[in-house]
Write a protein that binds this ligand. Structure first.
Ligand code: NDP
Length: 512
């Protein structure tokens, strides 16, 4: 069977359709593409114009049972957990190669499904490839260690073993990327998996699973469920056959998942939201800091867990900075992500945009000042999509609701500070702790502030870069555990201590 992926879309009168493979997109269970047991399906939309992209199967509890049973059988009796580290690395490397072969089609699909610009989607595919290659390299080099027993007749080893069946649940903002941060280390460690992408953006995860199939993943090692979080997602995390749940998404869902994982004491890793401070001191280069503040807040329309959505400016530069920022935010060119002239796309859905608009009007009612945006784009050409102008809200304090709650949108709030101590206090005055940044020309201050901020990542004079080899995750309510880096692999490993007495003799503790 030719399992080469077909996901090139073209625009037709009814929107974008898959060029060569226009059948319904199905679940993938035990190495087979299969419809949902109920026969249910739903449509996924292009947020740039609300047109239908694809019809996909909608799984229910019976499909969850089938997928978990397949993953369970593949773990308990299949070859994958017993495959050598070199064999596991080879599969990840093969998938990485296929991702690069299909780079353009994958990037296009991600843009159609999420609304982000093609430029961003191409970067995502390259980053996903890098993550797969990184964990291919780590699979072999992170096998365990030897401990000193203090006894020449005994050997002690710590070996790493896979946890078991892993439920991997990803959000809609970086569908391919977030799923790969889970799938790559889960496979590198020898686990079997059940994937559940967001109902809003399933297409690149479907493609990823087909690439894994093409690369030769054994049946049952990667299973795919499509459908809604509160039905199929909930049934998956409640399933007693699941040993580990890795979830990226919002705080409220994370709390539900943690309580579901408590039943049966299953392992859980949570990557939740952020309310990330971007602190700018007066000695920073103004043009550079404004430029970074724009990308921090408005990349992918601010639908980024680590977006710099809280700008915290020193008094001396506040007015000039804000004027510059508002002017440049007002000039950002919105458009369909496939349009090479577009600098930012739409929000993911009409419901999400409505929620963001409620946040903005709430902030204005609480006394914030609208300095840019706050409205949908004028003119008919973008009217069908879920667009919202990049928004700057001045005059905010820690008490403003929009400063405390994650908006997940192109909305940046501006606060101000006088001293370094105050900047740190404001930067830490949040329930979250995912990421933050400090811009200053003074290296000593940069280091002091970076160490004082209680966030999982701190950028100095930069914003957004992350590395496959560097841990990613949050303090506080931003989550539990770490993705990426060696810790990202350890989330998917059990550590077993094997103590070997190589000259057993009676110890005569008891004299009888
Ligand atoms: P949600 O929490 O709504 O959903 C995330 C995923 O969980 C989706 O696949 C969703 O499915 C599924 N889900 C929803 N409800 C349940 C449930 N009861 N049981 C199991 N699964 C469920 O988040 P969003 O999709 O709205 O994503 C945005 C959030 O994700 C933001 O808060 C953002 O900060 C966070 N995020 C964090 C990142 C990080 O690295 N820390 C990275 C990216 C996003 P469905 O969509 O089908 O409902």
């Amino acid at each position: 069977m030719d399992v080469r992926t077909n996901y090139v879309y073209k625009r037709t009168h009814s929107g974008y359709r898959n060029d060569e493979d226009s059948g319904m997109k199905e679940l993938y269970i035990a190495g087979n593409r299969t419809e949902a047991a109920s026969g249910a399906s739903y449509e996924t939309l292009n947020p740039a114009d609300a047109s239908v992209l694809e019809t996909v199967s909608e799984a229910g509890p019976a499909d969850v049972d089938r997928a978990v049973a397949a993953a369970r059988a593949a773990f308990d009796t299949g070859p994958w957990p017993r495959t050598t580290a070199a064999g596991r690395a080879a599969l990840l490397t093969a998938i990485a190669g296929l991702l690069q072969r299909d780079r353009e089609a994958l990037a296009r699909t991600e843009t159609l499904d999420t609304g982000k610009t093609l430029r961003e989607s191409r970067i995502d595919v390259d980053d996903v490839t890098a993550v797969l290659r990184y964990y291919a390299g780590l699979a072999d080099g992170h096998a365990g260690r030897v401990a000193d027993t203090g006894n020449p007749d005994a050997v002690s080893r710590i070996v790493h073993e896979p946890v078991g069946v892993c439920a991997l649940i990803a959000p809609w903002n970086y569908p391919l990327l977030q799923m790969s941060w889970k799938l790559a280390p889960a496979l590198a460690a020898g686990n079997t998996t059940v994937l559940k992408p967001s109902e809003l953006t399933p297409l690149t995860t479907i493609a990823l699973v087909r690439l894994a199939e093409e690369a030769g993943v054994p049946p049952g090692v990667v299973n795919l469920l499509l459908g809604r979080g509160h039905t199929v997602g909930q049934a998956l995390v409640a399933h007693p056959g699941v040993d580990l749940i890795s979830f990226t998404g919002g705080l409220a869902t994370g709390e539900k998942i943690m309580s579901a994982a408590a039943r049966g004491v299953r392992r859980v890793a949570l990557e939740l939201g952020g309310k990330n401070p971007n602190i700018v001191f007066a000695d920073a280069d103004l043009d550079t800091a404004v430029d970074f503040a724009l990308t921090a807040a408005f990349l992918h329309c601010g639908q980024v867990c680590s977006a710099g959505s809280r700008l915290i400016l020193q008094d001396a530069i506040h007015d000039e900075f804000v004027a510059d920022l508002a002017e440049r935010a007002g000039a950002i060119r919105l458009g369909d992500g496939l349009d090479p002239e577009a600098e930012a796309g739409p929000l993911v859905s009409a419901a999400h945009r409505a929620k963001v608009e409620r946040h903005i009007s709430g902030a204005l009612a609480e006394g914030a000042t609208l300095l840019a945006g706050g409205r949908r784009p004028a003119g008919p050409e973008l009217a069908a999509g879920f667009f919202l102008r990049p928004t700057v809200l001045g005059g905010c304090t820690c008490a403003t609701t929009v400063v405390r709650e994650e908006v997940f949108a192109p909305v940046v709030t501006v606060e101000r500070f006088a001293t370094e101590d105050e900047a740190v206090r404001l930067g830490n005055d949040t329930d979250y702790g995912l990421a933050g940044a400090v811009f200053t020309a003074e290296a000593g201050r940069a280091e002091r502030v970076a160490r004082a901020l209680r966030h999982g990542t701190v950028w100095i004079n930069d914003f957004h870069p992350y590395l496959p080899q560097a841990e990613w995750g949050g303090f506080g309510k931003s989550g539990i555990g770490r993705e990426l880096g060696p810790s990202g692999l350890e989330e998917y490993q059990e550590k077993k201590h094997i103590y070997h007495n190589i000259r057993p003799r009676p110890v005569r503790w008891f004299r009888g």
